[in-house]
Design a protein around this ligand. Structure first.
Ligand code: 13P
Length: 255
């Protein structure tokens, strides 16, 4: 992390977990652990938990995010939720382009771009996910692939709007597998993404961009990953479902 240049952000991605009472209990347990955080803290919860999470975090330093949004403002899109609907509730953040959406729900670089645009237009902050599959890494195309994902996702995004973009580098092979990228691997790709931002915009924009690592980050390995200069936080799945573990990662980011 380089806190002199950019914000450190620790975000939990709860994925498809927790009923409303469970969500409330987890947030209540998390609140005292996050109260003195030396970084921004966000929980990205299922749509059904947003209202519960917003109520439970009111007046605290914990931000609330959704895990997806549609790119149209309204209309005949059964089962979808618009960015404007999230904004109206008081939601601040939305994850866009998570690899699970790319893998299982036919998300493409183009729809990631459309959703990013819609979220920015609605006034949300986007946690934009990029990352390679194991096969891509083995084929030596991680850099090209992640650069492509980043460039297409940011099409039409202005320099000013970058303050509402957080990029999460999540190597797909490290998600939910217990196989974390080494801190050097995480730093290498986060640094490469920063170079892409510098080329697309300018060096100051790149220096100010928060780039998280995600993929089996936990209470034990967080400090080492976050010590890397280009790793500005984490997007945490499994470990965000246990308050003490998530709290320990927040602590690691505060150092
Ligand atoms: P895990 O931390 O469970 O590997 O999940 C990472 C992730 O996908 C966060 O978005």
């Amino acid at each position: 992390m380089n806190k002199a240049l950019r914000k450190a952000v620790i975000a939990g991605n709860w994925k498809m977990n927790k009923t409303r009472p469970e969500a409330k209990a987890l947030i209540e347990e998390l609140k005292p652990l996050a109260a003195n955080a030396g970084c921004d803290v966000v929980v990205c919860v299922p749509f059904t938990n947003l209202e519960t999470a917003l109520a439970a975090t009111a007046g605290t330093n914990i931000g609330v995010g959704a895990q997806n949004c549609h790119f149209k403002e309204s209309g005949a899109y059964t089962g979808e939720i618009s960015a404007a609907m999230l904004k109206e509730m008081g939601v601040g953040y939305v994850i866009i382009g998570h690899s699970e959406r790319r893998q299982y729900f036919a998300e493409t670089n183009e729809t990631v771009n459309l959703r990013t645009r819609a979220a920015l237009d609605a006034g949300l902050t986007v946690i934009l996910c990029v990352g390679e599959m194991l096969e891509d890494r083995e084929n030596g195309i991680t850099e090209e692939l992640v650069a492509l994902q980043t460039k297409v996702a940011l099409k039409g995004v202005t320099r000013e709007e970058l303050s509402r973009i957080i990029i999460a580098y999540e190597p797909v092979w490290a998600i939910g597998t217990g196989k974390t990228a080494t801190s050097a691997q995480a730093n290498e790709v986060c640094g490469m993404i920063r170079k892409v931002i510098a080329k697309l915009y300018d060096q100051a924009a790149a220096d100010g961009m928060t780039i998280q690592y995600g993929g089996s980050m936990n209470a034990k390995n967080a400090a080492e990953l976050l010590a890397e200069p280009d790793v500005d936080g984490g997007l945490i799945g499994g470990a965000s479902l246990k308050a003490p573990d998530f709290g320990a990662i927040i602590d690691a980011a505060g150092k």
